[in-house]
Design a protein around this ligand. Sequence first.
Ligand code: MN
Ligand code: MN
Length: 302
Amino acid sequence: MEEQIELVLDKYRSAGRILAEVREEAVGRIKEGFSLLEVAEFVENGTREKGAEPGFPCNISRNEEAAHATPSIDEKTVFGKDIVKLDIGAHIGGYIGDSAVTVDLSGSNDGLVKASEAALNEAIKIIRDGVSTVEIGETIENTIRARAQGYKPIVNLTGHGLLKYNSHARPAIPNVKYEHGVILRENDVVAIEPFATDAQGVGKVVESGNAEIYSLIKAKPVRLREAKKLLEEIKKYQGLPFAKRWLPRERLDMALRTLKNTGVLRDHPVLREEGKGLVSQAEHTIIVKEDGCEVTTRKTKT
Ligand code: MN
Ligand code: MN
């Protein structure tokens, strides 16, 4: 039994190591005038070349976008003076590493970037067997609010558990103090992801715009031939989120619409800060240990 747990944890570690390498290489390509689509493809192909699979589409969310933005297949957008969240996933056999960094191309939002990074670091310091998600949320909120610039945490985005082929398992790990937490135990694998917004932000995200990311809710018989074909195609993601641009283009919109309307698929529209505040994010995947935690998505020195 012990050995089996170690085998599983080793897959999380390998996925995390690959992810950390890809993340570092990708950050070097986030520059003014560089293409968003090229960065996304670099991340996803790089993950595969290193022996893992993307855990979900490469998320590139800018400025007041907090999450769930990924380039479309014919995306022409290039980076401007943006505050860029790169949120990526890699899995081996369903065991996922999930990590995000914020790159400030504006040159004037370093404090906001540091606020979510500091919150992540403080949270990592207190995680051990027996820690409550309430303590984690409180630590994140206090760290972000301690900054002089009026930054606030985003209340409706949370960290989460990771399970085999489940990139958003329980428990939710809020970025604010709340009631009724869950106790984390040794060998739990969770993602911690503080989001901070500036003084203009209200600290909440809302859905907006078209979705480029989808995931399977439950396979059901469908009549339309295109929908049936598409359902077969997406089964290989085993419930993990996928990008519209990964799919065969032929009659795609109709097939997606049908699968969404019949409750087979859900879409994941872009999440924007409600007050149009700028948003930063920092995220690592960790394994809870008796006396601390192990970060799987940190680049290890060789
Ligand atoms: Mn993430
Ligand atoms: Mn996550």
